[in-house]
Write a protein that binds this ligand. Structure first.
Ligand SMILES: O=C(O)CCC(=O)C(=O)O
Length: 261
């Protein structure tokens, strides 16, 4: 049996009106995932796709790459050029939902891409991080503290391989009677998911790499040591930080501070 996922169609680049953001947040809290259709114009996503290919197809230093499956790697992005664009990491629409869930003060805890290569097999089902307390019932009982915004740089479908989700699994310590949902996405659509939800990347049956951007927001006290003990979570230099408006700097300044102090 397949499940459907809550979906909201975005009509503007401005933050959602408070009641709409609150409704989306309630749907997210139940399902652990929500689809944001038309979050970005397709031409912006095409620009990010070109920038990604130019910068990250080759020559990435080993300490910024982690294998996360068969022919599938996570790469820490540098916050520069196209990847310093706030419509990705500080997207006002997405953040209006995140703020409902995490409170007004949160950080960008990691900024990466996950790319499956042509022929990559499906990833196994997993949650992105170890639980807070190593106690599944307790871990499932708390509100969201880490949420990922996925911005696919290509269409996601049966050929390129989407991500499958098991809605409700983030709040279900027994993980019983789960149904799977495998959303298709057009360039410009995005997915927001709770880091505790069970999910996995599908096989890439196309003849091109399939990159997706991952912006993960944390409550200010949380750090993802499961994935980033030995790998930088956010790469941003001081001159980029200095040029940022305060609201964006508040999201990422922790990374520079904790990396270099
Ligand atoms: O490639 C995907 O669709 C999902 C990747 C993922 O879940 C991960 O790397 O943790």
């Amino acid at each position: 049996m397949t499940a459907s996922l809550p979906t909201i169609t975005i009509g503007s680049a401005d933050p959602l009106p408070a009641p709409v953001a609150a409704h989306a947040a309630r749907q997210f809290a139940d399902a652990g995932v929500i689809i944001l259709k038309n979050l970005l114009p397709a031409h912006r996503v095409a620009e990010f796709g070109t920038a990604y290919t130019e910068r990250y197809s080759t020559g990435i230093s080993a300490h910024r790459i982690k294998e996360v499956g068969d022919d599938r790697a996570m790469i820490t992005l540098s916050m520069e050029g196209a990847f310093a664009s706030p419509d990705i990491f500080a997207n006002p629409v997405a953040l209006s939902i995140v703020a409902e869930l995490l409170g007004e003060d949160f950080i960008l805890g990691s900024y990466v891409a996950v790319t499956s290569q042509p022929g990559a097999a499906a990833q196994s089902d997993h949650a992105d991080q170890a639980g807070l307390f190593e106690d599944v019932a307790l871990d499932a009982s708390v509100p969201a503290y880490s949420i990922t915004l996925v911005i696919p740089l290509v269409a996601l479908n049966e050929i390129t391989g989407s991500t499958r989700f098991y809605p409700g699994s983030h709040r279900d310590p027994d993980m019983e009677d789960l149904t799977m949902a495998v959303p298709d996405a057009e360039p410009g659509d995005a997915i927001l998911f709770d880091s505790r939800i069970l999910h996995g990347g599908q096989a890439n049956r196309s003849d091109s790499p399939r990159p997706i951007l991952y912006c993960t927001y944390h409550r200010t006290w949380y750090r993802d040591v499961s994935n980033f003990r030995d790998m930088p979570a956010v790469v941003v230099d001081d001159s980029t930080l200095a040029r940022m408006p305060d609201a964006e700097r508040r999201l990422v300044s922790w990374a520079s501070r904790e990396a270099y102090d």
